[in-house]
Design a protein around this ligand. Structure first.
Ligand code: PEP
Ligand code: MG
Length: 570
C-alpha cells in the first residue's frame, strides 16, 4: 500500500495510465544574436497561446465555465508584461537563452507567491509554473502529455498534475489520480474536489512503483493506493466505493432541505465566497446564502484599486445571483498576509498586529468610502448585510457606522436609491471584542465570529507559523467560552451570531456550536451538504448538555473525546 495525502474523497478502481512528463531540464547557454532569441521566445508564446485557446475549447465540454476559466488565467499569465518583459530584458542583458531566462524569472515569481499563506496567491504560483512549463517545452521542441487522448477508464499516475492537465481530464473516464508531489491546497487538488474525482497526492514514489496497465485501487478519503490488489480486496473496495457513491447521492437529496435538528432547532448554513464566480457552487451545494464575501480578492486582481463602478457590478452580481437570499459582505480586509499590488503597505515588525483591515480603512478613508458607496448602490438588488473586519473597540464600530451613514445620506441626496434595511455587523476576531460582546450587542445588528484570527490572537500564535500549529485549538474550552459569550450577548439583545472561520465548516464543531446556540454557519460551499446531514441527525437538547460539559473541560483533547462520545463524528 502506498500512502499519500488524501486530496479528494472517493474510491477509484481502474487500470493505471502513466502520464509521463518529458524532461524539461534547462541549461544556460550564451547567446550572441539576442534579437533572434527574443523573436524565438515571442513566437513560442504566440504558439502556446493558440494551444491554450484550443485546450480551453476542448475542456469546456468537461467543466463548468468557471472551471474552464483557469485557461483564461493562464492566457493572462502568458500575456503578463512583468513575466514576458523581464524575460526579454534578461535575454538581452545577460545574453542567455530564452528557456533559461524564463525559468529564472518564473522561479522568482513562483517563490514570491508561494511564500504567501493565502490560497489565492498560491494558485497564482501554480498558474505561473504551469504556463512557464508549457513555454519551456515549446522552446525545447518537446510535447507535453495530452490527457484528453484517454479513451478507457483509468487511474492517472503522474509525478505532478498541473492545473491545466487536471482541467483536461474527462471525468467519465478518469476515475482518479495519484501523484508524487502536491498538497491538499494545491490547485489540482482543489479542482479534483470540485470535479469530484478521487485523488491522492504527495505519495513521493508512485511513479516509480506503478507500471502502465497495473490494476489500481485509489482511496481518496484515506490517502492510499493499492497496486495489483487480490480479488478479496477488490470486492471490499467495490463495496466501499458504492457506499460512498450512495452517500454522495443522499447528500444531494438534502440540497433544498432545511438545516434543522431532530427536535426542530433550525440554523442557516451559508457559504464563504471570494468572487461572483463562486455563486454557481453556492447554489449547487444548497447553501442558504453567503455568510462571508471576502472582497479583498477584487482588490488583488489588478494593479489599480477597483473603481466604485467595478465594485458595484461585482456586489450587484452576487446579490442578484443569490436571488433574495442573505449576503454578508465584509469590507476590505487587507494587511497581515494579504498584500495589494495597488497599495504598498509600510513594512511592520508584526503585520498581523499592525495596520490591517478596518485600521487601514480608517487611514485611507477614501478607499473605504468608495467601497461603502458601491455597496450602498448595490443594496437594492438583494438582502445585503455589511460587516467590518478586525473591530477591537466600540468606537471603531461607531466610526465605521458614521462613515457608512454619511455616504448613505450623500447618495440619497444625489437621488440614488439605497436599501433601508441593510444590517451592519462586525467580525469577532479580536479577543477584546469577544469579551465585551454584551456592549457591542447593543449597537450592532449581528456578529460573525472569525475563528481563524480569533484563535490566532487568543493563543498568541501566528496562523502562518507551521512549527506552532498545535496552538490552533478550535475546541479548547477557552475558545468555546468566548464563542458562548458572544452568542449569549447577541441573543440577549435580540441579535444573531454567525461564524465564518474554518471552524464553522468542521463536522467536529457542529454538535458544539448547535449546543452553544450559533445561528448561522458559513463555510466553503462544498462542506454545506455534509454539515446539513450531520445537523439533521443531532438533537438540540442533547447538544446543549454536550456544550455545557465541554465548557467545563480543561483541554481540547477532552472536548474532542466528549464530542465522540455524544455523536458518531470521528
Ligand atoms: C477569520 O479570521 O476567521 C476569517 C474568516 O477571516 P480571514 O480568514 O479572511 O482572516
Ligand atoms: Mg480574519
Amino acid at each position: 500500500m502506498i500512502k499519500g495525502i488524501a486530496a479528494s474523497n472517493g474510491i477509484a478502481i481502474a487500470k493505471a495510465y502513466k502520464l509521463d512528463m518529458p524532461d524539461l531540464t534547462v541549461t544556460q547557454k550564451t547567446i550572441e544574436d539576442t534579437a533572434n532569441e527574443v523573436a524565438r521566445f515571442e513566437a513560442t508564446i504566440a504558439q502556446v497561446q493558440e494551444d491554450l485557446v484550443a485546450i480551453k475549447a476542448a475542456a469546456t465540454k468537461n467543466l463548468s465555465e468557471e472551471e474552464a476559466a483557469i485557461f483564461d488565467a493562464h492566457i493572462m499569465v502568458l500575456q503578463d508584461p512583468e513575466l514576458k518583459d523581464q524575460t526579454i530584458t534578461k535575454i538581452n542583458g545577460d545574453k542567455v537563452n530564452a528557456e533559461y531566462a524564463l525559468q529564472e524569472i518564473a522561479n522568482m515569481f513562483i517563490g514570491m507567491f508561494e511564500s504567501m499563506e493565502d490560497e489565492y496567491f498560491r494558485e497564482r504560483a501554480a498558474d505561473i509554473r504551469d504556463v512557464s512549463r508549457r513555454v519551456i517545452a515549446g522552446l525545447l521542441g518537446k510535447s507535453l502529455p495530452n490527457p484528453s487522448l484517454i479513451n478507457e477508464e483509468v487511474v492517472i499516475i503522474a509525478h505532478d498534475l498541473t492545473p491545466s492537465d487536471t482541467a483536461q481530464l474527462n471525468k467519465n473516464l478518469v476515475k482518479g489520480f495519484a501523484t508524487d508531489i502536491g498538497g491538499r491546497t494545491s490547485h489540482s487538488a482543489i479542482l479534483a474536489r470540485s470535479m469530484e474525482i478521487p485523488a491522492v497526492v504527495a505519495t513521493n514514489t508512485i511513479t516509480e512503483e506503478v507500471n502502465d496497465g497495473d490494476m489500481i485501487i485509489l482511496d481518496g478519503s484515506d490517502g492510499c493506493v493499492i497496486v495489483n490488489p487480490d480479488e478479496t480486496t477488490v470486492q471490499e473496495y467495490t463495496k466501499k466505493r458504492d457506499a460512498y457513491i450512495a452517500y454522495r447521492e443522499e447528500l444531494k437529496q438534502l440540497k433544498d432541505e432545511k438545516s434543522i435538528t431532530t427536535d426542530g432547532y433550525q440554523v442557516e448554513l451559508v457559504a464563504n465566497i471570494g468572487s461572483p464566480k463562486d455563486i454557481d457552487a453556492v447554489l449547487a451545494n444548497g447553501a442558504e446564502g453567503v455568510g462571508l464575501y471576502r472582497t479583498e480578492f477584487l482588490y488583488m486582481e489588478s494593479d489599480e484599486l477597483p473603481s466604485e463602478d467595478t465594485q458595484f457590478e461585482a456586489y450587484k452580481a452576487v446579490l442578484e445571483g443569490l436571488n433574495g437570499k442573505p449576503v454578508v459582505v465584509r469590507t476590505l480586509d487587507i494587511g497581515g498576509d494579504k498584500k495589494l499590488p495597488a497599495l504598498p503597505l509600510p513594512e511592520e515588525m508584526n503585520p498581523f498586529l499592525g495596520v490591517r483591515a478596518i485600521r487601514l480603512c480608517f487611514q485611507r478613508e477614501d478607499i473605504f468610502r468608495t467601497q461603502l458607496r458601491a455597496l450602498l448602490r448595490a443594496s437594492v438588488y438583494g438582502d445585503l448585510r455589511i460587516m467590518f473586519p478586525m473591530i477591537a473597540t466600540l468606537n471603531e464600530f461607531r466610526d465605521a457606522k458614521k462613515i457608512f451613514l454619511e455616504e448613505k445620506e450623500k447618495l440619497i441626496s444625489e437621488g440614488v436609491k439605497v436599501s433601508d434595511t441593510i444590517q451592519l455587523g462586525i467580525m469577532i476576531e479580536i479577543p477584546a471584542a469577544a469579551v465585551l460582546a454584551d456592549q457591542f450587542a447593543k449597537e450592532v445588528d449581528f456578529f460573525s465570529i472569525g475563528t481563524n484570527d480569533l484563535i490566532q490572537y487568543t493563543f498568541a500564535a501566528d496562523r502562518m507559523s507551521s512549527s506552532i500549529s498545535y496552538l490552533y485549538q478550535p475546541y479548547n474550552p477557552s475558545i468555546l467560552r468566548l464563542v458562548k459569550n458572544v452568542i449569549d450577548a447577541s441573543h440577549k439583545e435580540g441579535k444573531w451570531t454567525g461564524m465564518c472561520g474554518e471552524m464553522a465548516g468542521e463536522l467536529m464543531a457542529a454538535p458544539l456550536l448547535i449546543g452553544l446556540g450559533l445561528d448561522e454557519f458559513s463555510m466553503s460551499a462544498t462542506s454545506v451538504l455534509a454539515d446539513r446531514k450531520l445537523i439533521r441527525s443531532l438533537n438540540k437538547a442533547e447538544m446543549n448538555k454536550l456544550a455545557e460539559e465541554a465548557l467545563n473541560k480543561s483541554t481540547m483533547e477532552e472536548v474532542v473525546e466528549l464530542v465522540k462520545q455524544y455523536t458518531n463524528v470521528q
